[in-house]
Design a binder for this molecule. Structure first.
Ligand code: UDP
Ligand code: MG
Length: 335
């Protein structure tokens, strides 16, 4: 990496690192940097902005190379394909060097100006400073409703509490970053992980702005997948609930059996009952398949984890050194 007048580069310890996952965000890049860099210059002694190019098919990577050439504080990792935002953030987490790390979206829905407050809270001693949405009107009513339902469900079955309105936009102390590096799960639900690691946390309220250019990359299918990953990574209730349903239905079966036995003893054999038979067979076959399906969902995730594939592959590093550890692709950097 070359030194330049633009700022402190490659010092052993930077003060602030910013991770920005990007997927086809070339149209937002300029505007983002224009707002982000001054904020960082104002509130950080030294900083780096690490873009993680998540398999963009537009000019994003070219713009990142140019941005790095103009300002070496801007760095980029380009993943070999689209791995999804959660994994892109993980790649960033593995490579940042700051005493504190900020994670934010590239579409300016996360106002860079909030970083000042993040840093102030961090200097007060908070290690997990998260932005809390107060104005949810930027997304469609259906997405808002489903999100709300998901958080309610997660609240009742999840084994970790999620703070309301908290997303990826946050500041993490290097201690929290180190904790996240130890978590190598493939089915990632980072909002759950941020809550799981704990540390002294505080929320900073903010209004989500509208996306500057382009449309959201999260279709309802992707969001459903993320929601399932979240529920299944942080709850085993869907697995356990079948023991109770099984117990309840067997008790019901036993009660019915005794009822029919006594009735037959008193009134003799009674042939009709075809309809109720079919109904109960179909109903219980359905329940059994459903429970098998849920077990299958967990087994599928276990399978993905035991294969121990790397979480991501890096195709190009723009100003970012390979990790010192033996596995250059994915090992978290030590210390
Ligand atoms: N993103 C990514 N990989 C993906 C999808 C999204 O890196 O597969 C990035 C995207 O470029 C943006 C951030 O994640 O910087 C948030 O994405 P988006 O705005 O589409 O999500 P939403 O605001 O709808 O939650
Ligand atoms: Mg967005």
């Amino acid at each position: 990496m070359t030194k330049s007048d633009a700022g402190p580069v490659d010092t052993r310890q930077l003060e602030i690192s910013v991770i920005v996952p990007v997927c086809n965000e070339s149209r937002n890049m300029q505007a983002l940097l224009k707002r982000l860099v001054p904020v960082l210059e104002l509130c950080a002694a030294s900083f780096e902005i690490l873009f993680v190019d998540d398999g963009s098919t537009d000019d994003t990577l070219g713009l990142l190379r140019a941005a790095h050439a103009a300002d070496p504080r801007i760095l980029a990792l380009s993943l070999s394909r689209n791995f999804g935002k959660e994994i892109a953030i993980t790649a960033g987490i593995d490579h940042v060097r700051g005493a504190a790390t900020i994670i934010m979206d590239a579409d300016l829905q996360h106002p860079p100006e909030l970083i000042e407050t993040f840093v102030a809270r961090w200097r007060e001693g908070y290690k997990n400073v998260f932005a809390q949405r107060i104005d949810p009107n930027t997304y469609s009513p259906l997405r808002r409703l489903l999100t709300q339902r998901f958080y309610k469900l997660f609240g009742s079955v999840g084994e970790t509490r999620l703070p309301e309105g908290a997303g990826d936009f946050r500041l993490l102390d290097s201690q929290a970053v180190a904790a996240l590096r130890t978590m190598r799960e493939h089915a990632r639900f980072s909002k759950g992980l941020y809550a799981w690691i704990g540390f002294k946390s505080i929320g900073v309220p903010f209004d989500v702005e509208a996306r500057l250019h382009g449309v959201s990359k999260f279709s309802y299918r992707k969001l459903t997948h993320l929601a399932l990953d979240g529920l299944m990574s942080f709850s085993t209730l869907p697995l356990k609930v079948w023991s109770y349903i099984g117990l309840a239905t067997s008790l019901l079966g036993l009660t019915l059996a005794s009822f029919y036995l006594i009735r037959t003893l008193i009134f003799g054999v009674d042939v009709p009952g075809f309809a109720s038979l079919i109904v109960s067979i179909t109903f219980f076959a359905g329940i059994q398949l459903l429970s098998l399906g849920i077990i299958g969902e967990y087994i599928g995730r276990i399978f993905a984890e035991v294969k121990r594939r790397p979480l991501y592959l890096i195709e190009e590093r723009v100003g970012v050194d390979p990790l010192a550890a033996d596995d250059p692709m994915t090992r978290p950097r030590s210390g």
